[in-house]
Design a protein around this ligand. Sequence first.
Ligand code: ZN
Length: 345
Amino acid sequence: MKALVLEERGKLSLRDFPVSMQVGPNDVRIGIHTVGVCGSDVHYFTHGKIGPFVVDEPMILGHEASGYILEAGSAVTHLKAGDRVCMEPGIPDPTSRASKLGIYNVDPAVRFWATPPIQGCLIPEVVHPAAYSYKLPENVSFAEGAIIEPFAIGMQSAVRARIQPGDIAAVSGSGTIGIMVALAALAGGCAKVIVADMAQPKLDIIAAYEGIEVVNIADTKLASAVAQATDNWGADVVFECSGAASAILDLPQIVCPGGTIVLVGMPVDPVPVDIVGLQAREARVETVFRYANIYDRAINLIASGKVDLKPLISATFAFEDSIAAFERAAEQRPSDIKLQIQVAK
Ligand SMILES: [Zn+2]
């Protein structure tokens, strides 16, 4: 079966790749329809590694996917051939201590698509646990199904924040994840979300959503915009999605007394934190790593029409043009939010 393979850093090929298609009793075999190109896929392409995860043998890329069931294992009851689904890319060990606690996203044994040595899903068929495959309602497209993965990180961030209705939130960084976080925060009950970045084209895209205000930090600091919007009180919740050291240092000036900071962005290296500034506001700090028990709710929000992710899909490439899709993603055009690859015709 042809797959999009990262042979080594900087070298992609679309070629036959041997994968096992053995369907266990609790598995489903899925025809992949659409796969989103994620920043992590692009980072493996351009750098060959992310932190301790190094691509030292050929690896299929892709983890944000939707598709349709081709075959269901003998013990699977909630899915049947023909059902449209999206998939969680991380498979934990269901017997692990983390899984038993419901925090399977931090199970050290999790096997996550396109994270060495686990293969990704830019290939026409995959076998996946049925428990991590979610049926898509009629009115949710394959493209929306494939963008649920990054939206799930936004949802996890909103859950970790413990938003209360009417909260004012600030989001530092309007990359794909910052945008997902802002939309999830609105859906989670925030009255207003102030999004800050330097990339005006991205700010323009997110500003089109009702309830979002944007700040270009080239002219205005996020702290001043939040102070102005809140009578100098501060934001109830600050979502740090930039991973930038300067933004992290500024967090105490943005959060309100007793407020919450959610660390979503991942700095490449350790960065300084103003601990006394946080203590003086008795701020609660939360961290986010992927998501757990989020997909059903994310699908519900999209199906209900309360969250519309379609404007965030910037371009769709045919499977044959996958390498071009990755080359464009590596250009990091400021107007591109999400590029997708349609694997099925
Ligand atoms: Zn992703």
